[in-house]
Design a protein around this ligand. Structure first.
Ligand code: ADP
Length: 196
């Protein structure tokens, strides 16, 4: 099962991806997390990326495609993956398609989590208090939302044209949203993930 998760910042992609891992037993690949780890380790690339992510801009495509190609080349990806944060513009979507075609493993599903901007602001403000991510400041969040609208929203249209996009409402509690995603994937939950 090869899934691309799409949605604006704060739409809950990361949360849903973590929950999906338990259901699907495939790795969660988050480019945001890969970049934050690189920054934490203090690698040259990590520090360069941090300066960009802190402004809410996109890290250059060539850096991202190298990073994702390396990750998709590892053994644990043979059974599939949940991709979160990539692709973030149409050039990245094309590059990912080419990469996956070369590996003979095209993406099966693209799922877009829809959420209204008011909720995004509230959720990220809450996350900023809990996680203290350096790109969750008000000004950077505003820029991330602008970059999303201009560059990432067209990626959903790209997958819609390819016939593999489904939009899921990202409103409600996280279990409910997970159920919506699982039903898109025609999967019934494997464990007691549903808390009544
Ligand atoms: P969110 O989806 O909440 O905005 P992420 O953790 O996915 O957060 O990403 C954080 C930041 O990392 C982005 O704002 C961007 O600067 C950078 N980033 C992540 N993925 C990519 C990508 N595919 N291309 C370019 N930049 C990226």
């Amino acid at each position: 099962m090869r899934i691309v998760l799409l949605g604006p910042p704060g739409s809950g992609k990361g949360t849903q991806a973590t929950m999906l891992v338990e259901q699907l037993k495939v790795p969660h690949i988050s480019t945001g997390a890969l970049l934050r780890n690189a920054a934490k380790r203090g690698t040259a690339l990590g520090l360069q990326a941090k300066a960009i992510t802190d402004k809410g801009e996109l890290v250059p495509d060539n850096i991202m495609s190298d990073m994702i190609e390396e990750r998709l080349g590892r053994d644990d990806v043979s059974g599939g993956f949940i991709l979160d944060g990539y692709p973030r513009n149409v050039a990245q979507a094309i590059s990912l398609d080419e990469m996956l075609e070369r590996l003979n493993t095209p993406a099966d599903e693209a799922i877009h989590i829809d959420i209204d901007p008011e909720q995004i602001i509230k959720r990220i403000a809450r996350r900023a208090e809990v996680e203290g991510r350096s790109d969750d400041t008000k000004e950077t969040v505003r820029n991330r939302m602008r970059v999303y609208a201009e560059q990432t929203a067209p990626v959903a249209d790209y997958y819609a044209e390819r016939g593999i996009l489904t939009r899921v409402l990202g409103d409600g509690d996280k279990e409910e949203i997970l159920q919506r995603i699982l039903s898109v994937l025609s999967i019934s939950p494997t464990s007691d993930c549903i808390t009544e």
